[in-house]
Design a protein around this ligand. Structure first.
Ligand code: GTP
Ligand code: MG
Length: 195
């Protein structure tokens, strides 16, 4: 898709504010700091529409970006940030689960994991949770610029094994710094928008 017009249309902090959208939705999940907002900025070719920071836990709300009046990119709050209380974590889980279960337009969930590391317990839980909720996650292995080219496939293999990934789960190595993986990702997203 050629992207010229994008706006942050809605910022949702509470379950009772979740919208009933007409457009298709694509959601971006993953631990805090994995690069969700950076990925969104890369896909829409903007430097900083989706706010990013070195501070984990930045995005606490569910942010709906209207892309060309065709699709919403849904930036989900990140998990795994150590400094939040159990109560906050429960609230987070309930919020995301309610969104995923209640959205009628959600067609695809991208799960972002850092290509350098073994997935965390929470990454594994999230992967299985997405499957359980009826979606096949598209796994985006972020920050590939941090690895030597020769290491990429080895790390993808480890991710597949550690997540115990299903055969139909697609893995895409990606970097928001070099933009590698961008076209392949758009291919996957376009395929989900057009059905
Ligand atoms: P939360 O909003 O806290 O959930 O984080 P997020 O997943 O949105 O991460 P964000 O996009 O804010 O990126 C976190 C940090 O990682 C920032 O310092 C980014 O510059 C950095 N980062 C993101 N993507 C990449 C990448 O592809 N390569 C490298 N080297 N750094 C990246
Ligand atoms: Mg973010």
């Amino acid at each position: 898709m050629k992207v010229n017009n994008v706006s942050l249309e809605r910022v949702v902090g509470r379950i009772d504010q979740l919208p009933t959208n007409e457009l298709v939705e694509i959601a971006f999940a993953g631990r805090s700091n994995v690069g969700k907002s950076s990925l969104i900025n890369t896909l829409i070719s903007r430097k900083a529409l989706a706010r990013t920071s070195g501070q984990p836990g930045k995005t606490q709300t569910i942010n709906f970006y209207n892309v060309e009046d065709k699709v919403y990119f849904v930036d989900l709050p990140g998990y795994g940030y150590a400094k939040v209380s159990k109560k906050e974590r429960d609230r987070w889980g309930n919020f995301i689960e309610t969104y995923i279960k209640s959205s009628k337009q959600l067609k695809l969930i991208l799960l972002l994991v850092d290509i350098r590391h073994k997935p965390s317990e929470q990454d594994k839980m999230m992967y299985n949770w997405i499957l359980y909720l009826g979606y096949t996650p598209l796994v985006v292995a972020t920050k590939m610029d941090k690895l030597k080219r020769s290491q990429i496939q080895k790390h993808i293999k480890i991710l597949k094994e550690e997540l115990n990934a299903t055969k139909d789960t697609v893995f895409i190595p990606f970097s928001s710094h070099t933009k590698q993986g961008k076209e392949e990702l758009w291919g996957q997203i376009d395929a989900h928008i057009e059905v």
